[in-house]
Design a protein around this ligand. Sequence first.
Ligand SMILES: [Fe+2]
Length: 383
Amino acid sequence: MREIIMKPDLYKFETFKEFTEEFGLGKGDLILTTRPVYDNVIKQTLEGTDAAQALCVIQEDYGKGEPTEDMIGKIFDAVSYDSYDRVIAIGGGTIMDIGKLLVLKRPSTINDLFFKREPILREKKLIAIPTTCGTGSEVTKTSVAIVNDGMGGTTKLGLLDEDLIADTAVLIPEFIKSLPHQPFAESLIDALIHAVESYLSPDKATMTSDLFGEGAIKAILRALKAMQDGCDIKNEYAGELLTAACYAGIAFLQAGCGIIHGVSYPMSGKYFVTHGAANYVFFESAMRMYNETDPEGKIAQLRKMICEAFGTAGADADAKAFDTLFDAVTQLLPPKKMHEYGVKEEDIDLFTESVFANQMRLVDNAYIKMTPELVRRLYVESY
Ligand SMILES: [Fe+2]
């Protein structure tokens, strides 16, 4: 099996200013970012420097929330393809995912690209700078968007190709410290899910994904324990958590995500629930289902990591490992059920069908064999 796919050069700077100087930002560069990131950090850093000549595109001017076909189309229309040579995507998953498309030869339509009617051809440079500690998208080959399904509705699809991997990933803790609590917490939970799903992958886990997955899990658990002990982890652990999220990205670049991402896609596609929040809805049910069905497999190692991080020991602590974990995760962010996002009961069957029609790569990568009955049970338990 191919072990190491680590394409981007990896850089770490304390501040955005250090990055702009090292990379000589300026004319020919396209900065894609969000309004809060621009207002809180980028604007004042660029002012009065050569870097201010870079073209700035603010996502919110073209649509809110996760990338949609419509939003991407509007950005393509607004930024002519020959006005830039390098894209600097500074944001969460949405920004990374759109940045990955801006460096491709322009397709006739976004829909053609996602339904693979046209090839992916990479032509420009991409620098990816995450501002959340979650997606790991700065090192992955995936771009996800909500696209028209051709039957009058919308669905969430992932485009996968090595031409989508950034040339350079840059980790800058300054961005994490300026995040509000909600996106910080949602993205951190998403990162933990990436690490866990790739660590538990039955067939695709490799020596590399195990190493990085375990590193990410341990670092995030350490931070959760520190949070319980009263630490402000967003400020005190920003650098470590950014690294952990990147490790989790490297792990799932090799081993892929699993059923938690699979079942969350139809819900976020239909009800526009943010990615981390949607995954979080199913996290606990999926882990408990896994643990019940195959407790002696690799999940036993995960329980051991939880006990070690939280300083518990013995058979009783092992049996309660997921109680320990979800107590801490709940303290970070109280969980929500599907109905709190407006999901209707009749969606459960539709979503189950959609998972088996569109997300088989994620179904097949689950820790246990997922049948339609088990997927339906996950939805019912999380409703
Ligand atoms: Fe994710």
